[in-house]
Design a protein around this ligand. Structure first.
Ligand code: MIC
Ligand code: SF4
Length: 748
């Protein structure tokens, strides 16, 4: 299937590239090549970075089970017979990690039966490929099967950019975007600016691809990539395996980047070949010049990218980031001193490797090499050591090549091929609420409460090989590069730098691939949603805007500090309600810090003065009274996941406006799609002016226009009021969504 898509794409590329070179008066970067070749209409499209909205035609859509439910429920409202573009669903997020692979999977099949039946029946009916539970994590499966050089893929998950490891633009979106593209509409995104990252040298010793992105997180911060594409190039890029490139692109989500991409090269050829796509590899080789930037770009990159970063891989040290945010970075060699200075507990309570990004053959073989050295010295893991393989192929190859045995001998537990602990589906036996202790993983997120549901846990991230070394020492203060461990014989020894293979010499072993093809004709198939379901609920369209200004809205919550989508709509135990808007809305803001409450997730009903209520309880009270409310937020509000529940629940519970210092890209779009007015303080200092009992009016909405600030009046309890300005990035079309009550309403 990808072969046909690639053939058509490569055939039309030269013509559109020629037009683009003429129009822009210069050569094209790789990101631009992918964008222009997927334009809905190149001629009429405005091409202005950071300003224009692009209307693009993605090659495919990928959805994971926790977000697919809303995507499909919204798609169903469009009344189409079939998905208009090739699409797939992947069952990976809903499997709990408690008892090991087999038992966990069996239990998941049982407890998520309704959801899986719903997704499987919808997939069958609408021409969507279905990957069964246990088949693997979406991004790994997409890399193994669907991503190809030059492609544009959207996925209902923020780590979709993993596909950039195969030279395409793979972009995370909310479910509404996916639903619309499947309904045949073009996909809209702000024309990203470009960061060029020039890689020189070669990784060596302990340094791995993960360290490239951990280092960049520290350098650019979690906001540094917002509305930007990170394009890697340079001699160093060619030295990194395709899966390593995938890891770097995957975790580019933690920079807030729209996506990240590497130019087509021999490493991609090798990966395509070993994943049974030699035909695609040959086609890409024959079209290589289309799949990399134009030569003049590489000669003078500063003329083509908005920002340039240089990284010398030869001198890169292994990094560790955290706690609580992925941009708190330092080389592992500095961890001990910092832990001491900041009082981080150094005793590690768990070490976890794998996930959607770091379970490649290279990662696993290098980690196993470390594990073997430890065992040779008579050591075992000093902490629980959990391994999450990314896919069936990875799992069976690990098994065939003895890695599973190695990890199990070391005392590790191999979990099912799913997200598991990374998304909080983990029963941490020793975890205690209110107690801070440290864990380390090779995942890509470390927000408070993310893995074990305990907000105090300090979660650190590092490469899988470093995490394995930490597991052997049980000590965050251990420096795997320079430090020593004590063997069973009492003698001190140093670990050799990890060694592994990029790809399995014997090829990938295969298990049950777990793919179910859709029906040829789905007309007779009904989508399976039991009317009594506790897990699924058909969506009712949100009400239209009544044409009135928002007058004297009470403040629902003023979030303070980091407000990720994990804070707004926590996952873990709430994942089971991802298809039931009413039920999941009870989790709204449970993880958020309220400026007016010492307890996260709690607040005061400002109409009655009653405090200690959950934010959802307060919002439900307002809703019953027919009153809307406003949410005020801090910087980079909505960072992290693509989950649109973080926008749908507020909308469902009558939030009219979200006013923040700044937004993360996917969440801002999600808010707009659901008909919420997303505003930013023109002067961020005005955030300080908002007090708990204020009533806030947003006026002039009848003349809402792109680029035109709106007036926000803050009414104080003493009868005075002050007016501040708020900005927005709403386009003409998005004004129509706001008026219609949601993007979906505007469609119908
Ligand atoms: C994540 O890593 O945060 C998730 C869970 O994969 C989310 C999607 C979700 O919340 O379902 C993401 O990254 O978009
Ligand atoms: Fe799953 Fe974690 Fe990857 Fe998200 S980051 S897709 S939860 S493994």
């Amino acid at each position: 299937m990808s072969l046909e898509l690639a053939k058509n794409l490569y055939t039309k590329m030269p013509d559109v590239f020629a037009k683009a070179r003429k129009k822009f008066g210069r050569g094209l970067t790789l990101a631009e090549k992918v964008l222009v070749s997927h334009a809905d209409n190149f001629e009429t499209q405005t091409w202005e970075r950071g300003k224009a909205m692009l209307a693009l035609r993605p090659d495919r859509v990928a959805m994971q089970d926790a977000t697919a439910q809303m995507a499909i429920l919204q798609f169903m409202q469009a009344n189409k017979k079939q998905a208009a573009v090739p699409s797939t669903i992947h069952c990976d997020h809903l499997i709990r990690a408690e008892m090991g692979s087999e038992k966990d999977l069996l239990r998941a099949m049982d407890e998520n039966k309704e959801v899986y039946n719903f997704l499987a029946s919808a997939a069958k009916k609408y021409g969507i490929g279905f990957w069964k539970p246990g088949a693997g994590i979406i991004h790994q499966v997409v890399l193994e099967n669907y991503a190809f050089p030059g492609s544009l893929i959207i996925g209902t998950d923020s780590h979709t950019p993993n596909g950039g490891g195969l030279g395409g633009l793979a972009i995370g979106v909310g479910g509404a975007d996916a639903g619309e593209v499947m309904a045949g509409l073009p996909w809209e995104v702000l024309h990203p600016k470009l960061i060029g990252v020039r890689l020189t040298g070669k990784l060596n010793g302990w340094a791995s691809p993960k360290d490239v992105i951990l280092y960049l997180c520290g350098l650019l911060t979690v906001k540094g990539g917002t509305n930007k594409i990170v394009e890697y190039f340079g001699p160093g890029a060619e030295s990194i395996s395709a899966t390593g490139k995938g890891t770097i692109c995957n975790m580019g989500a933690e920079l807030g980047a729209t996506t990240s991409v590497f130019p087509f090269d021999q490493k991609m050829v090798a990966y395509l070949n070993i994943t049974d796509r030699a035909d695609l590899a040959n086609l890409a080789i024959a079209n290589k010049s289309l799949l990399v930037a134009d030569p003049e770009v590489y000669q003078s990159p500063e003329k083509y990218y908005d920002q340039i970063v240089e990284v010398d891989l030869s001198t890169l040290e292994p990094y560790v980031v955290g706690p609580h945010t992925p941009d708190l970075a330092r080389p592992v060699s500095k961890m001990a001193a910092e832990a001491k200075e900041k009082g981080y507990p150094v005793e590690l309570k768990a070490a976890l490797i794998g996930s959607c990004t770091n379970s490649s053959y290279e990662d696993i073989s290098r980690s196993a090499h470390i594990a073997k050295q430890g065992m040779k010295a008579g050591l075992k893991a000093k902490t629980p050591f959990l391994v999450s393989p990314g896919s069936e192929r990875i799992y069976h190859t690990m098994k065939r090549d003895g890695f599973i045995e190695t990890f199990e001998k070391m005392g590790g537990t191999v979990l099912s091929n799913s997200c598991g602990p990374c998304i909080g589906q983990w029963k941490r036996a020793d975890g205690v609420k209110g107690k801070a202790d440290s864990i380390v993983s090779s995942f890509n997120r470390n927000f408070p409460g993310r893995n074990d549901g305990i907000n105090e846990t300090l979660s650190f991230l590092a490469s899988p090989e470093v995490v394995t070394a930490y597991a052997l020492s049980g000590d965050l203060g251990f420096d795997p590069v320079n430090g020593t461990l004590r063997g069973a014989d009492g003698k001190e020894f140093k670990l050799e730098p990890p060694q592994g293979e990029e790809l399995p010499a014997k090829g990938f072993a295969k298990g049950e691939e777990g793919f179910v093809a859709p029906a040829e004709n789905g007309d007779a198939i009904t989508v399976d949603i039991p009317s009594t379901s506790e897990r699924l609920q058909l969506l009712q369209p949100f009400p239209r805007w009544d044409g009135k200004d928002f007058e004297k809205l009470p403040l629902l919550i003023k979030t303070k500090g980091k407000t990720t989508t994990d804070h707004i709509s926590p996952a873990g135990p709430w994942l089971k309600f991802r298809g039931h808007l009413d039920k999941i809305s009870d989790n709204m803001f449970l993880g958020a810090n309220n400026a007016f409450s010492s307890e996260p997730g709690k607040g005061t009903d400002v109409l009655t003065g009653e405090s200690g209520l959950t934010i959802a309880q307060i919002a439900r009270r307002f809703k019953v009274k027919g009153i809307g409310s406003i949410v005020v937020g801090d910087e980079n509000y909505g960072e992290g996941s693509s989950r649109e529940h973080a926008a749908m629940s507020p909308r469902f519970l009558n939030v009219k406006v979200v006013l923040t210092k700044s937004f993360a890209r996917i969440h801002e779009t999600n808010l707009k799609k659901q008909g919420i007015l997303a505003l930013t303080f023109a002067d961020p200092k005005d955030y300080e002016k908002i007090e708990q009992q204020d009533r806030i009016s947003v006026t002039g909405l009848g003349s809402l226009a792109p680029g035109k600030p709106v007036q926000v009046a803050i009414h104080k309890t003493d009868g005075t009021s002050l007016t501040i300005q708020a900005n927005h990035s709403i386009t003409e079309q998005q004004i129509a969504w706001f008026k219609a009550g949601s993007a979906l309403n505007a469609l119908n």
